[in-house]
Design a protein around this ligand. Structure first.
Ligand code: NAD
Length: 325
């Protein structure tokens, strides 16, 4: 259609990417998605969906075959604590994600793409500012001196700099978000790459009332969690603003992991006991700091954690019911 805006979503088969494709379609975009796989839980709404490996520069050049109005680069080799913090996947994470970012940027430069969004992570923040669970520091300017606690975080930090360098030297307009624990329906909920909200909902849904669930660590580690719809709202607002970031996109409603478990139990209407077991943990405390996003975009997330967790819990319950059939 003439005049229709065009968007490219890299990582469109993943959790955030597949939701983003739906959103952009709803806004009237022509959308091309690219990923190693189709979305796991429902069909894609993209106009064109390319199965391709973005580590390959030829694939990147093929998918960036025109000037897109908006390019969202979400593809990464990633997962929850069980994938990122064990150390077993570090070389794959660094090699795969860095290759994707190097290739996508170069392909976009070749096509004079102006506007490109990159999803960085709260995992870039230094370990030394996140030792106190009640008082973590994650303001954007606290990223340096750099000391992320994982190679996943180091790759994200490198890639932030890569995007900013392309902006500086190649006339591109980049927009960088540091996401803080995004969750919602159609996110990975089992298999080892799932994040804590989904894992907690699954454990609670699988356990009969009065039973026991396992929680990694002492349960006092803190995090905040952002529902997918607010993540997309923040991402598209950032993309269309005059602000490059990096900026936090996260919730400021910090809870302990035990409180998260308690919330899932209360949604389920169950009373379960918690057994704390050793497991990969990540930093001791983390919370979004939303001063900058509020100042630059006049918007910040506001939905209570419980609301998004209710929707996610019901969705995971359904998945479990279907898996039993
Ligand atoms: P996801 O794993 O569901 O999606 C990433 C997608 O990238 C997957 O579908 C995967 O197949 C695809 N991919 C990986 N390697 C590829 C390759 N070589 N070629 C093509 N596609 C490839 O993850 P998500 O939760 O949707 O996260 C999206 C982005 O946001 C990622 O960059 C992630 O690091 C970042 N992020 C997410 C969170 C979160 O809480 N979900 C937090 C911080 C940052």
């Amino acid at each position: 259609m003439q005049g229709q805006k065009r968007a490219l979503v890299c990582g469109a088969g993943g959790f955030i990417g597949s939701h983003l494709v739906n959103r952009l379609k709803g806004e009237g975009f022509w959308v091309r998605g690219v990923d190693l796989k189709y979305p796991e839980f429902s069909g894609t709404t993209a106009d064109d969906f390319v199965i391709g490996d973005l580590r390959d520069p030829h694939v990147c050049r093929d998918v960036v075959d025109r000037r897109f109005d908006e390019v969202y680069q979400l593809a990464a080799d990633m997962g929850g604590a069980g994938f990122v913090f064990t150390g077993e996947n570090d070389s794959a994470i660094m090699h795969n994600s860095a290759s994707i970012n190097l290739n996508v940027l170069e392909a976009c430069r070749g096509r004079n793409t102006r506007r490109i969004f990159y999803s960085s992570s709260a995992c870039i923040y230094p370990l030394y500012n996140q030792l106190d669970p009640d008082n973590p520091k994650c303001s954007e300017d606290s990223a340096y001196p750099a000391a992320p606690d994982s190679d996943y975080g180091w790759e994200k930090l490198f890639s932030e700099r890569l995007y900013l360098a392309y902006q500086r030297n190649n006339g591109m307009e980049v927009h960088i978000a540091r996401y803080h624990n995004i969750f919602g329906p159609e996110g990975t909920w089992t298999g080892g790459r799932e994040k804590s909200p989904a894992a907690m909902c699954r454990k609670v849904a699988q356990t009969p009332d009065g039973g026991e669930i396992e929680v990694w660590g002492d349960g006092k580690q803190t995090r905040s969690f952002l529902y997918i719809d607010e993540c997309l709202e923040g991402s598209t607002r950032l993309m269309r603003s005059g602000f490059s970031g990096p900026v936090n996109i996260g919730s400021e409603e910090m809870v302990t992991i035990d409180q998260l478990a308690g919330l899932a139990m209360s949604i389920a209407g169950k009373k379960l006991s918690i057994r704390h077991v050793p497991g990969p943990l990540g930093v001791r405390g983390r919370n979004s700091d939303n001063k900058m996003i509020w100042e630059k975009l006049g918007w910040r997330p506001s939905q209570p954690l419980r609301k998004g967790l209710e929707i996610t819990y019901r969705w995971i319950e359904e998945q479990l019911a279907q898996a039993k059939k």
